[in-house]
Design a protein around this ligand. Sequence first.
Ligand SMILES: NC(=O)c1ccc[n+]([C@@H]2O[C@H](COP(=O)([O-])OP(=O)(O)OC[C@H]3O[C@@H](n4cnc5c(N)ncnc54)[C@H](OP(=O)(O)O)[C@@H]3O)[C@@H](O)[C@H]2O)c1
Length: 320
Amino acid sequence: MKKKIGLGTWSWGNKLFWNYEVSSDEELYETFSEALNQGFSFIDTADSYGTGSLSGRSEKLIGQFLQRVIKDKQNNIKIATKLAPYPWRIGRQAFSTPYKKSLNRLNNQLDLVQLHWSTEKYNPWQDFQLLNNLCDLIDEGFQFKIGLSNIGPKRLLRIIHFLKEKNKRVSSVQVQFSLLSPNNEKQKNVKKICDQNKIDFLAYSPLAFGILCQDPSKPGKRKSSLLRNFIFQTYNNPTLELRKVMKEISQARSASLAQVALNWCFYQGAIPIVGLRKKNQVLDICKVFKWDLTQREFERLENASNNCPKKMPGNPFSSL
Ligand SMILES: NC(=O)c1ccc[n+]([C@@H]2O[C@H](COP(=O)([O-])OP(=O)(O)OC[C@H]3O[C@@H](n4cnc5c(N)ncnc54)[C@H](OP(=O)(O)O)[C@@H]3O)[C@@H](O)[C@H]2O)c1
């Protein structure tokens, strides 16, 4: 399977966790432009990305950046957003306005619309109303594919069936999937269903917010938000053994830790969505196209991951 990478943009506009500064926008444009040069296949955003007064900032920046790149490059990239099923977005039309607002922010280029998380835990029928809403929009003539996120195997099967009855299909599923994500057995079951139904399986937070890129022999020094610094500190000791195994493999392959983490995703047929905001990080992770993990290396990583005493928190709205 050809390796594909998605550009993740949660940090673009997020002050609380990612310490975003408006002054970094030009650096973000360079990152975006380099990702397109390197043949990234799609960009992932969400209508909920951007904190406080910066609400919608990630989509807005992508829309602005798309206007700056040449048409050729624009046509080769797919833009994906996620619409949030907030408890107050109820009924068969609740996504219509948010969808049109996202489309507008994204300069009218929107190829994939994903349900950001399942409503199973607070309003089990809402998922289906919102999916009906997306089907209606497609029937009205808006062109996009339908994707899901934070979904478990049971709910996924139900939605596949639900959409089939409307002559529509699930095009992609994105879940947290990394060497540090919790409950990887569940995610692997989701992947099996995706394979059986020709659905793209997207791995979000494949670098565990960057924790997996921390050299185990150096003290983690980061200039980030209080919250992110706290998480890095909390995970420093429990992830040390895992990162040592990653480092041994990275040294043997003259590669970075980030490439090792992404090749673990590729080994299992996942498409990682990597959060990026620096051009040199795009250039680094692109080297992953040039080498693959051996079975032995993969097994060592699996072993180290299974033995890691602390995994990332899961999304609380992830369904069964
Ligand atoms: N569906 C959902 O609910 C959901 C949830 C979370 C994320 N997502 C999507 O998945 C995307 C990626 O996940 P994420 O943003 O949580 O984090 P991630 O991809 O696991 O980690 C991103 C961070 O890793 C660091 N990094 C990246 N490349 C590196 C390299 N080559 N060397 C060293 N460090 C590197 C960067 O930190 P610095 O910037 O500090 O250098 C970067 O911000 C998001 O942007 C979003 O699009 C979806």
